[in-house]
Design a binder for this molecule. Structure first.
Ligand code: PGA
Length: 256
């Protein structure tokens, strides 16, 4: 995956039955082109059926969470190798809903990230500020500490992707303007530049997430540091998701 072609990631959250998932994937696959980079983060129970329904296509299926341990007495948890065994190729880590409703700390997310690297499942690290933090002017400070704590001691970023998801824009219908999103993405890329150097930071894929729709996808992807989109609500409708995938092919990309 390179920054030249936008990456579109759907996040179904806790939605869809087995039948709904199968018919969605079966409807999506014929609409994809060889060069598309499209991923779907689905509930655990839908990973295997979605993987089966997308066999032979470019669509990649992943999970929305995992535990940091390799196995053991952790009732209700799922390990990276279990996800891989059923065909998941990536995992979302640190989504704001995990942080907010399930008390996930930066430290825990850091441990999960290390586990993902060790067990070779590609992580998408989610970060972003709340409305209160933004209004108090703390956005960059929050991003700085989320990045610093998640990546503490990490020397090799491997296939890490980072999703900037301002909490105030998730599921609210309030998308960050392209300027606001670009500003945060630029900050993240500069931060990575400072820690890992230009060679690494200029190649790392940065995704924007938060109420992305068919109407907003193209302009967001036109921004210099926005390499892809993480889409919740609009990924539940096959028509909307296909439209976003389609339009993303024509987004103006000027990555130097
Ligand atoms: P949304 O969700 O598109 O419904 O705002 C995005 C996300 O939480 O990943």
């Amino acid at each position: 995956m390179s920054r030249d072609h936008p990456i579109i990631v759907g996040n179904w959250k806790m939605n869809k039955s087995l039948e709904e998932a199968k018919s969605f994937v079966e409807g999506l696959v014929p609409k994809l082109e060889e060069s598309d980079v499209v991923l779907l983060a689905v509930p655990f129970t839908l990973i295997k059926p979605s993987v089966d329904a997308s066999a032979g296509s470019v669509l990649k299926i992943g999970a929305q969470n995992m535990n940091d341990a390799s196995k053991g007495a952790f009732t209700g948890e799922v390990a990276a190798l279990m996800l891989k065994e059923v065909g998941a190729s990536f995992v979302l880590l640190g989504h704001s809903e995990r942080r907010k409703y399930f008390g996930e700390s930066n430290e825990f997310i850091h441990k999960k990230l290390l586990r993902a690297f060790k067990d070779r499942i590609d992580p998408i690290l989610c970060i972003g500020e709340t409305l209160d933090e933004r209004e108090k002017g703390h956005t960059e400070g929050v991003l700085d500490s989320q990045l610093a704590e998640a990546l503490e001691g990490v020397k090799n970023l491997r296939k890490l992707k980072i999703a900037y998801e301002p909490v105030w824009a998730i599921g609210t219908g309030e998308t960050a303007t392209p300027d606001i999103a670009q500003e945060a993405h630029h900050f993240i890329r500069q931060w990575l530049n400072g820690k890992y150097g230009e060679e690494v930071s200029s190649k790392l894929l940065l995704l924007y997430g938060g109420s992305v729709t068919e109407e907003t996808c193209k302009t967001l992807l036109g921004e210099e540091d926005i390499d892809g989109l993480l889409i919740g609500g609009a990924s539940l409708s096959l028509d909307s998701f296909v439209k976003i995938v389609h339009d993303s092919r024509y987004a103006k990309r000027d990555v130097s």
